[in-house]
Design a protein around this ligand. Structure first.
Ligand SMILES: Nc1ncnc2c1ncn2[C@@H]1O[C@H](COP(=O)(O)OP(=O)(O)O)[C@@H](O)[C@H]1O
Ligand SMILES: [Mg+2]
Length: 472
């Protein structure tokens, strides 16, 4: 069992019973109490909220398992449309069960992933589901203050899960090391824990990427493989950090952690400076900085003189932050920033989201897991593989039929190296194919797998795609 390789450890060591869910005693007893009373409860649904990787989904799964419920599990991206939710409701209300359970429980996972604007009707459908359901409904979310969840306040009882403590995370990681027969260096474990910021999923993934197939985990190896996590700030956080910076170095540091490039940043600032600053002189200073930056950017585009970029960026970060001289309180006002009309970032974000969904679908199909598991457990692991082992990444990509866009999503800056391998492998496949003509796409697909060393369609083989190579 402990030498079964290639399965994400977050799946392998996923809690199966409540005792195995660590550090969430209060939440556990609240959920149990509520469940025991159900349907005689004041609110027919529960919302578990807490930071990523603290055990929300695990807690629900463990309870269902221990108390003999059939769990009907849905991830936000699976219930974008009203009809999806109606389908769940139907499944939950039919008394007959395929698996011989007589009780059912509904898990709507990560509902803060629903966008009120794009997923029209979904929230209303959830509302209706809660009102009509004859099975207990548990939802999860990272952020309980999410605007979308407002309509659920009256319908669901909110239960908080805490960020896990370092001590608890350490004991979990040690347990895994022991089961995997890895000698773990204390420094290395601590490094992983520090990096994960309370996210046990991330920590376990990290441990697997440095530890699987090795007998010892050293700090050196860990530091080498696990580069600092890039915590990208979304556009809203980016603006907030720029405006509220008190020193120019603080403001300048923001651009390196932002999802926005300088062109996009310019447009976001243009749109939002007038919302943040109220004093006329402050406004004038800020717009002057911005228009100078715009000049530099224009000149860079014309002359290709990239040295000017750092001036432009200084102006758009420090220049803006330090403009609020007269009314410096404005810097810290909470503003609902608005989307720049000119850019199609919205559609870009949507595109990213749909790429992720597509990957999840493929993984769910091949690995026989839910899309929720694919998204939460497997995609993060794939991302690690794609940033640490390009050749393996290319094989996986080819074997599962990922598109270049999907590779790009998983690989980030490593994309080109992987694509090189990918094309190389593909060439090999094609020439192989020519020498042995085949009839269908199906057999073509098999051929891909054969020539990249991924024979057969079996579940086990495909899971092994995720094994890290031992050599090198
Ligand atoms: N409280 C916990 N107890 C035990 N394992 C946990 C806990 N929290 C997270 N994990 C580990 O991290 C992985 C992700 O946990 P999950 O419950 O999906 O987190 P989330 O809070 O994001 O739903 C699990 O597979 C499990 O291995
Ligand atoms: Mg979860």
């Amino acid at each position: 069992m402990s030498h079964e390789r290639g399965i994400p450890w977050t799946l392998k060591y996923r809690p199966k019973t409540l005792i195995e869910v660590i550090d969430q005693e209060e939440a556990k007893s609240k959920v149990i109490e509520w469940l025991n009373k159900w349907p005689n409860v004041s609110k027919k649904a529960l919302l578990l909220y807490g930071p990523p990787g603290c055990g929300k989904t695990s807690l629900v799964e463990a309870i269902a398992n221990e108390y003999g419920y059939e769990l009907i599990e849905m991830n936000a991206s699976d219930f974008r449309r009203k009809t999806d939710i109606e389908r769940i409701a139907l499944r939950a209300s039919t008394s007959h069960s395929l698996f011989g359970f007589n009780k059912k429980m509904i898990l709507l996972d990560e509902i803060d992933g629903i966008s009120a604007r794009e997923d029209e009707g979904a929230l209303e459908a959830i509302q209706e589901l809660i009102e009509k359901s004859n099975a207990p409904i548990i939802m999860t979310a990272n952020n309980p203050w999410n605007q979308n969840l407002r309509i659920l306040r009256d319908l669901a009882e909110f239960v908080q899960l805490k960020k896990l403590t370092k001590t608890d995370m350490r004991s979990m990681l040690m347990r895994i090391c022991k089961a995997e027969k890895i000698i773990c260096n204390e420094d290395a474990i601590n490094y992983i824990i520090e990096r994960s910021e309370g996210d046990l999923r991330a920590a376990i993934n990290d441990l697997q990427s440095v530890g699987e197939g090795f007998s010892e985990v050293t700090l050196e190896r860990t530091k080498l493989l696990l580069r600092p996590r890039d915590k990208e700030k979304d556009p809203f956080e980016t603006l907030r950090s720029i405006f509220s910076a008190n020193y120019s170095w603080q403001a300048k540091a923001v651009i390196n952690q932002s999802q926005l490039d300088y062109e996009q940043l310019k447009m976001w600032l243009e749109e939002n400076i007038p919302l943040q600053y109220t004093n006329l002189e402050d406004l004038e200073r800020a717009f002057e900085a911005l228009s100078k930056a715009d000049l530099y950017i224009g000149r860079i585009a014309k002359t290709g003189d990239w040295d000017l970029l750092s001036y432009a960026i200084d102006l758009m970060t420090a220049g803006i932050a330090l403009s609020a001289k007269n009314s410096s309180k404005d810097k810290y006002r909470w503003i609902k920033y608005s989307f720049p009309q000119r850019i199609l970032l919205a559609s870009k974000l949507k595109e990213i989201r749909s790429i992720r969904d597509d990957i999840a679908q493929i993984l769910a199909y091949h690995l026989h897991v839910s899309t929720s598991v694919a998204k939460n457990e497997i995609i993060p692991l794939l991302k690690t593989i794609f940033t640490t082992d390009p050749l393996k990444a290319a094989k996986i990509a080819l074997g599962l039929g990922f598109t270049e866009k999907m590779i790009e999503y998983l690989a980030g800056t490593n994309k080109n190296t992987i694509l090189e391998h990918y094309r190389e492998l593909k060439k090999r496949v094609v020439s192989h194919h020519r020498s042995k003509p085949s009839k269908s796409i199906e057999s073509n697909n098999e051929m891909y797998k054969e020539s990249v060393g991924l024979n057969k369609n079996s579940k086990k083989e495909e899971r092994n795609l995720f094994a890290f190579s031992k050599k090198k």
